[in-house]
Design a protein around this ligand. Sequence first.
Ligand SMILES: [Zn+2]
Length: 276
Amino acid sequence: MAVTNGLSVDIEEWFQVGAFERTIARGDWDSLESRVEHNTGLVLDLFAQAGVTGTFFTLGWVAARHPALIRRIVAAGHEIASHGWDHTRVFTMDAAAFRDDLRRARIALEDAGGVAVTGYRAPSFSIDARTPWAHRVLAEEGYAYSSSVAPIAHDHYGWRDSPRYAWRPLADAPLIELPVTVAEIAGRRLATGGGFFRLLPAALTDFAVRQVNGAGQPAIFYFHPWEVDPGQPRVRHAPLRSKLRHYSRLGAMAGKLAALVRRHRWGRIDAIAAAR
Ligand SMILES: [Zn+2]
């Protein structure tokens, strides 16, 4: 029987990405054009048309400002999980600050959605070798699973020597880590999902999904609502490299996603975690 893969969307605004963190000040966020409700609506329509459900890792900051969007996601049968409060990366915090961030986000998400939050994804996959306390804090805060590690070497993130498939980081707690899927070619790990899916041929993602399913494992795929929004405001003063990554092929993304979700079997990550 075909393996059910994890379909996930990281719900954040176009200006809340790592690429623009030195260009756009947090204090200016509330004065910028909000596009998250519209863009997430496009994603919800796309999933409904394909008949798939998935996990929406959402910032508490977004939930506090757009509670109707959270209710809409829940009503459509998707999982609401946490992406932290305001996209502060875990390796920039200590354990106490991380705990505060988790609590603040969870209150906003659960207040808006009316359902329990049991999953967490670190902003920019920022749980790595620098944060040995992070999984412990997640377990203590009652999370069932995390999908916060990129088992790869990358210029902005990654934990190269961590397991490629689902693992239990703690000996005395059931918390499971479901790392984002990487392809393995000739001993090298290649990133998939997000900008990699948008910028590279879809065949690479198909290869990765089939490769991990062949090992009896679920793939964990992710993208962002701003990636289906060619009309988003352009940030002129960001580094060229960041702009190239952020703006390329936005117009082709929705069609590419619609085809991908039909080529494999997908579901919510909480169900995948519970089955392992
Ligand atoms: Zn994010």
